[in-house]
Design a protein around this ligand. Structure first.
Ligand SMILES: [Zn+2]
Length: 195
């Protein structure tokens, strides 16, 4: 992915240079290195690709401490990956909440089915505990968008849209779908699994 007019940052794992938006910022906090996913914290920073292999290299070779000028201890890989996955998940949650407010989210099987029939769905997100009936009904109807993911629970998705249990949502606006799709790709690369 090439973007212009974006500051360049070097991943301390693979040592390759990326646009600022493609890497994750890490800063030295009082209790050790912390992920600054929203890029709001002050201080000297290091950057790493949100990929398991880069994170392992960055932390195992103590590259992080060196990049932060020895001010901080490197967290262990599992802790770091867990925190980063939580940050990415939180970002997706906040994007979906914004999409609800913008009227760009269809929530629940019938609303999603309706939007699918109109060809309006840019991305589908199924809850991890969606019923087979809901999934099967949608998958046997209108053509589905190529972007799909399985994330959250019905309860969590319900909370985002202000309803009780929601098994599926459809993102209706390309900008939101691009942003959510980007975060989902990060999560896949980080956890090394299909979502
Ligand atoms: Zn890297």
């Amino acid at each position: 992915m090439t973007r212009h007019h974006q500051p360049q940052r070097t991943c301390i794992g693979c040592r390759q240079v990326f646009g600022k938006d493609e890497v994750v910022r890490i800063v030295a906090g009082p209790a050790g290195a912390v992920i600054d996913y929203r890029e709001k914290l002050p201080g000297r920073a290091a950057y790493v690709c949100p990929r398991l292999d880069c994170i392992q290299k960055a932390l195992s070779r103590e590259n992080l401490s060196r990049a932060l000028h020895g001010r901080t201890a490197a967290p262990d890989t599992d802790t770091f990956v867990g925190q980063l996955a939580a940050s990415i998940t939180e970002k997706i949650r906040s994007l979906l909440t914004m999409a609800v407010k913008a009227g760009s989210l269809a929530a629940g099987a019938s609303a999603v089915d309706d939007a699918l029939q109109k060809g309006r769905v840019e991305m589908l997100i199924f809850a991890g505990d969606v019923s087979e009936g809901t999934r099967g009904k949608l998958c046997s109807g209108s053509p589905l968008p190529s972007r799909q993911a399985t994330l959250f629970t019905r309860d969590e998705m319900g909370q985002m849209v202000g309803r009780e249990l929601v098994g599926v949502v459809g993102i209706l606006e390309k900008g939101f779908a691009d942003a959510v799709g980007n975060e989902v790709e990060r999560l896949k690369g980080l956890l090394n699994k299909h979502l």
